[in-house]
Design a protein around this ligand. Structure first.
Ligand code: CTP
Ligand code: MG
Length: 179
């Protein structure tokens, strides 16, 4: 029993640790958000390409925050936690932001306004983006860290973390919607 609990705790710890550089960017983007939209205000078929919710400063600041976080974690890392290679420290934050941007693109194509909740997609778009880019940019690193149990732990823990941080950001008046 104790061994099983230990195993679950270490797996969840590894999952959250390895995902921090992917968790930070979209939250940091809320803090860094600027005025200039990533799509430069352009529309396609009568709808904004991405919308005013994806800004140049938010994206750049979010990336830097995730990148720095990966290197700070490398400095703190206990022996049982995975370290981040340079490729991982770039692909996780960049992929997380790209996943969120891609979701905005699809939202605008499917009649969803800026800020509208899209349950399921909002909680996983950045996870998928981070994983795909990390798998491409750092395949050996990705496969050694994200074993099937760690992937399962990420899929279970992420929505809870996402809902909690966004609700807190909303309560702190940092974000317009609680999701
Ligand atoms: N943000 C940003 N740049 C990003 C992502 C987010 O500047 N790449 C900022 C924006 O101010 C955005 C806020 O963080 O409004 C919240 O992010 P998010 O919920 O992802 O954007 P939404 O406003 O909901 O827009 P969308 O409907 O396009 O997702
Ligand atoms: Mg939103």
């Amino acid at each position: 029993m104790a061994v099983a609990v230990n195993y679950v705790l270490i797996t969840v710890f590894t999952a959250v640790w390895a995902m921090v550089p992917a968790y930070i960017p979209n939250n940091a983007a809320v803090l860094f958000a600027g005025e200039r939209p990533l799509d430069r205000g352009r529309s396609w078929r009568g709808e904004r390409l991405l919308g005013d919710g994806k800004t140049v400063r938010g994206t750049a600041g979010g990336f830097l925050a995730g990148f720095v976080a990966a290197h700070l974690l490398n400095g703190l890392a206990p022996y049982y936690a995975p370290g981040f290679t340079f490729a991982a420290s770039i692909s996780l934050p960049l992929g997380a932001l790209a996943g969120d941007v891609a979701a905005s693109f699809v939202k605008r194509r499917t009649g969803r306004e800026r800020g509208e909740a899209w349950p399921g997609v909002d909680q996983y778009d950045f996870v998928l983006g981070a994983w795909v880019l990390a798998l491409v940019a750092a395949p050996d690193w990705f496969l050694s860290v994200f074993t099937p149990p760690v992937i399962a732990a990420v899929l279970v823990v992420t929505p809870a973390l996402h809902l909690t941080t966004n609700f807190l950001a909303y309560k702190l008046d940092l974000k317009n919607e609680p999701w």
